[in-house]
Write a protein that binds this ligand. Structure first.
Ligand SMILES: Cc1cc2nc3c(=O)[nH]c(=O)nc-3n(C[C@H](O)[C@H](O)[C@H](O)COP(=O)(O)OP(=O)(O)OC[C@H]3O[C@@H](n4cnc5c(N)ncnc54)[C@H](O)[C@@H]3O)c2cc1C
Length: 265
């Protein structure tokens, strides 16, 4: 069971940051979906619910999603549904059920860096950036790769390029964690191929991306890009599937996603 001794509602982001950096062991709360799975005692919890981080906003060059926006809003809001063919919205639609998606947040999904995450895979395919109150803007990829100090994630920023994108996953049952997930995108002759839940974290497959840039996207090149992804990545075992199985389904998922993009292009 999750026990919280003291809960703080900071009045602004500065106060939230000072608290998370100043009080050892303090924990930022998103929707608490993942935090409450474990049995732990939190001395000081920092609830960001009153900071107005639950908005999705469009600017001239970006769509910006507040850290406290729920996955249900990501799934249904016109701005995210219209963003890059709805790749982010589609990536969350199989996560458990509407009730959970109405509670858990995109910020919690990203800040937690969960290797099984579906939205992280989708966000990597559209070059998402993150605004932290302390360290400023960094790319999602840098965040996943680096070691960062304690901070408050404020929003997820998606640049508005002419992305055509698609998300695919294999799950043992519709609402289970993905055995493997994949997101691809095309913007002009620029491609992203991302595979996650391997079961380790999502990675871009630059061999496949370069191949597509050099050869263009066709039915044939989609097949080869899938093979390159399977050859380039490492896959491991977990209770949802073996590394060997993941390696076998990887080309199929990548190809399916690329063919979706080809159809939409
Ligand atoms: C039963 C179950 C099944 C799930 N299945 C899937 C699935 O199939 N695919 C998938 O992608 N996800 C899945 N999830 C994960 C879920 O989608 C959320 O990603 C997860 O619950 C975290 O979101 P949250 O808002 O609840 O964050 P919390 O649990 O509140 O927080 C998660 C972590 O992020 C930190 N944090 C939260 N917000 C911030 C912030 N603004 N700044 C800094 N740090 C912050 C917290 O301190 C904590 O370490 C599942 C979750 C559950 C409970």
């Amino acid at each position: 069971m999750l026990e919280i001794e003291n809960i703080i509602f900071p009045a602004n982001l500065g106060e939230a940051l000072a608290t998370v950096r100043g009080i050892p062991g303090s924990v930022v709360l998103g929707g608490c979906g993942y935090l409450r799975l474990g049995s732990r005692k939190i001395r000081t919890a920092i609830d960001l619910a009153r900071l107005g981080l639950d908005k999705i906003v469009e600017t001239a060059d970006t769509v910006e999603i507040g850290a406290m926006v729920t996955l249900r809003d990501v799934e249904t809001d016109a701005l995210t549904v219209g963003l890059a063919g709805g790749v982010l919205a589609k990536s969350v639609e199989n996560i458990v059920g509407v009730q959970l998606r109405k509670c858990v947040t995109l910020g919690g999904s990203v800040a937690g860096r969960y290797p099984f995450s579906d939205p992280i895979t989708a966000l990597m395919a559209v070059d998402a950036e993150l605004l932290f109150h302390g360290r400023g803007v960094i790319s999602l990829q840098d965040y996943l790769e680096g070691k960062w100090g304690r901070d408050i994630l404020v929003k997820i920023i998606v640049p508005k390029r002419q992305w055509i994108a698609a998300f695919t996953s294999v799950r043992k049952s519709v609402t289970d964690y993905a055995v493997l997930n994949c997101a691809v995108s095309k913007s002009g002759q620029d491609y992203r191929v991302v595979v996650g839940s391997r079961p380790s974290r999502a990675l871009r497959v630059t061999t496949a991306e370069n191949f597509l840039r050099e050869n263009g996207l066709t039915k044939k090149s989609a097949v080869r890009a899938g093979e390159l992804a399977a050859e380039s990545l490492q896959f491991g075992d977990n209770p949802r599937g073996s590394g060997e199985y993941r390696k076998k389904i990887c080309p199929v998922l990548v190809k399916r996603a690329l063919l979706e993009v080809l159809d939409a292009a």
